[in-house]
Design a protein around this ligand. Sequence first.
Ligand SMILES: [Zn+2]
Length: 457
Amino acid sequence: MRITFNGAAQVVTGSCHFVETGGVKFLLDCGLFQGSEELEDLNPKFTFDPKEVDFVILSHGHLDHCGRLPYLVKRGFRGKIYATSGTIDISRLILMDAAQVQEEQLKTVNRRRLREGKKRRELLYTLDDVFDTFNHFKPCEYHKWYQVGPVKFRFLDAGHILCSETVELEVEGKRVVFSGDIGNRGKPLIRDPETPPKADVVIMETTYANRKHKSFKESVEEFKEAILSTFERGGVVLIPTFALERAQDILYILKKMYEKEELPPCKVFLDSPLAISVTKTFRRHPECLEERVLKELEQKGDIFDFPYLEFTRRVEDSKKINDYRGRAIIIAGNGMCTGGRILHHLKHRAWDERNSIIFVGYQAEGTTGRQIVEGAKKIKVFNETIAVKLKVYTINGFSSHADQPQLLDWVKSAAGKNSRVILVHGEKPVMEQFVPLVENGVDVTPVMPELYSSITV
Ligand SMILES: [Zn+2]
């Protein structure tokens, strides 16, 4: 069996591993490179011919795992894409949004590239390619074995986002485990990651292999205090958030605060059409929810709705929020303030010291979110300079990714001293800190393949 790493190799995005075994060729994920122009420039490159790929196994609906599927289809892929039905529903929403965003941004991106003397970027795919991709999806259930040619596989719950999967495969008499993204334990809505079986080959993510998260409970307390002190100042709370999982976690936490009467009367706006659609997807996939949440859904009919909550899908309704003067929490995309409706809210609220912004997710270098976290006094929003006087809070414990101790527990279950351990989906310096821990814990030296390199196992 030969694995060629077409993404997420010594970086965290672009997850795409090309496997050749027993006369078949398949992909584990087919995700988009994101985060910098250098990485995005890699998106058109595959080491294989998409026409020769027999099938794809998809671990979850984040763009860095599913975002190149329409490009694969556009380049001639004709096989099936296997995933849980929840992952398929989420991928549909995420891919439609991605195609629209790419099309909207292409003109601006190319104007800038030409000024910098760089080559014009081609559109990776259109909405039509996304719709073509939908025909290839094949829904699978957790724990049920599927056979495609000589490859047997089944999905375990990765506990990362709704309906995410860890993949267990039987190939050439060997057991292979592909972690997908491993979830953070104790999240409010979905189950914890399942314990993986012992495998001969372990391909695992290492996003946060160098850090320890604050506990979820502690983070909820910090979050509550940030909201309450903003209201005491007579301010409004802005929460920039990712549309998938984080937005729903936040809604659920706010609902619980409301039920315990910890939240004073205030409006909660979910101002993101994509987050609203994803929230509805949660209601359609009770099979992926934590038992306690499932019971609540059965008893009350809903897990998110509470009297203060308002969904603002239409642009006119979003604009009306600007004039709202009462207590309010505004949840809007995108999570790093590089685009989306949060920019409008920053323009209208960032200059007022009574307000606050609460970051609940990672802020990558170079983003407006990171500038604010690092104490910028002014930011550029739509070419206008805006003073940053609002209070800034950062809550670190809401991550969807396992931290170092959790990753170590995971690999101790999956690997024995005769296993091959392959680290992916992590920055090289981060993985280097994890290697000695695996050596001590499992008695195996893991490898960190380079981008486009191959390993024969
Ligand atoms: Zn993910």
